[in-house]
Design a protein around this ligand. Structure first.
Ligand code: NAD
Ligand code: TYD
Length: 350
């Protein structure tokens, strides 16, 4: 019997990881720890919340004492750490919140694991989920490998880079059994509509402008979220102690080209004349410090553990658009209240 703590399980990627673990491993006890910030939503897990091996804990990872108490109470065997502040634009507006959750929160979890596992590290594992943004920005060519030096530019990526360093330091200094992964941009169901893809789907639906930063020439490497969850499962169980694995879809898109694909499929789904949604494209002031290009070399994960993405992009983006269109109640709920204030400050008042 394994007791696994998954942090940030009510968020976008976390909810897909929790679902995979709860359904695939009925003999594991899965503890989803989440503060339920604006980005955390228990509705993301309504289909599995009554399964006997699923447990929810509302807690803040910034509260170190609470983390120690939870480890003492539940005696977790493993941690999969996803809880984070995750949106670059919010990190530009409020960096300190990112330091608290992403850096202090991670160190609190490392301390709790170190203290409670110190007598015996056998069978224990601390898995830290990170991002390719820690590597900085690529030019027109090349890929991020696990050896690429860290060069973060946004407060978000700087906070994630810092947390990655702490995780490796706990491995090297105290022998804590850790594994890390750095993944490219994810897309799919349940992503909070402040990120590009769900924001633009929602805006097209409501005939609102599509705010493209700069010239729309920045490039991102998009991976379907369920394929990220599959990679996390594989790395958690088979990854080597102390190692890092890059995860990516080999699926690079210039923002403007990706946006045009979304517009085309949305026109089709909404029964609008071809070209209607593209008219909503509005070029706005560029994001400060906007990284030009991210692209992952996931060769190590493929060769060592046999992972490859399962979905082609056209299929994944169609599934994603269909999910948002048939889950309007979910979108309406998360875009009410505080979201309206965020949207106004980010896009209307600028
Ligand atoms: P998200 O913002 O959708 O979810 C984050 C979750 O963490 C939310 O449920 C939130 O309530 C919870 N949380 C935030 N602060 C907390 C705190 N102090 N204590 C406890 N819970 C807290 O993020 P996501 O996109 O699902 O990303 C999950 C992880 O994956 C993050 O660590 C992120 O850096 C990483 N990542 C994301 C992407 C991406 O494209 N979204 C890509 C690579 C890596
Ligand atoms: P985002 O989804 O915020 O992910 P990240 O910044 O972590 O890569 O943004 C993806 C790309 O889309 C990025 O180059 C910024 C751009 N973008 C826009 O052009 N307009 C927007 O309103 C948003 C949110 C993002």
């Amino acid at each position: 019997m394994k007791k696994i703590l998954i942090t940030g399980g009510a968020g976008f990627i976390g909810s897909h990881v929790v679902r995979l673990f709860v359904t695939k491993y009925p003999d594991y006890q899965i503890y989803n720890l989440d503060k339920l910030t604006y980005a955390g939503n228990l509705a993301n897990l309504s289909d599995i919340e009554n399964l006997p091996n699923y447990h929810f804990i509302k807690a803040d990872i910034v509260d170190g004492e609470a983390m120690q108490k939870l480890f003492a109470l539940h005696q977790f065997d493993g941690v999969i750490h996803l809880a984070a502040e995750s949106h670059v634009d919010r990190s530009i507006a409020n960096p300190l919140e990112f330091v608290m959750t992403n850096v202090v929160g991670t160190v609190n979890l490392l301390n709790a694991a170190k203290f409670h596992w110190k007598d015996n590290f056998d069978g224990k594992r601390f898995y830290h989920v990170s991002t390719d943004e820690v590597y900085g920005s690529l030019g027109e060519t090349g890929y991020f490998t696990e050896e690429t030096p860290y060069d973060p530019h946004s407060p978000y990526s700087a906070s994630k880079a810092s947390s990655d360093h702490f995780v490796r330091a706990y491995h090297d200094t105290y022998g804590l059994p850790v594994v890390l992964s750095n993944c490219s941009n994810n897309y799919g169901p349940n992503q909070f509509p402040e990120k590009l893809i769900p924001l633009f789907i929602n805006n097209i639906r409501h005939n609102k402008p599509l705010p493209v930063y700069g010239k729309g020439e920045n490039v991102r490497d998009w991976l379907y979220v369920v394929d990220h969850a599959r990679a996390i499962d594989l790395i958690f169980h088979k990854g080597k102690d102390g190692e890092t694995y890059n995860i990516g879809g080999h699926n690079e898109w210039k923002n403007i080209d990706l946006i045009k694909v979304i517009c085309r499929i949305m026109d089709e789904k909404l029964g609008r004349a071809p070209g209607t949604s593209e008219q909503l494209i509005t070029y706005v002031k560029d994001r400060a410090g906007h990284d030009l290009r991210y692209a992952i070399d996931a060769g190590k994960l493929q060769h060592e553990l046999g992972w490859v993405p399962s979905l082609q992009f056209e299929e994944g983006i169609r599934l994603t658009i269909e999910w948002y269109l048939s889950n309007q109640a979910w979108l309406d709920e998360v875009t009410s209240g505080h979201y309206l204030k965020y949207y106004e400050e980010q896009y209307v008042k600028r």
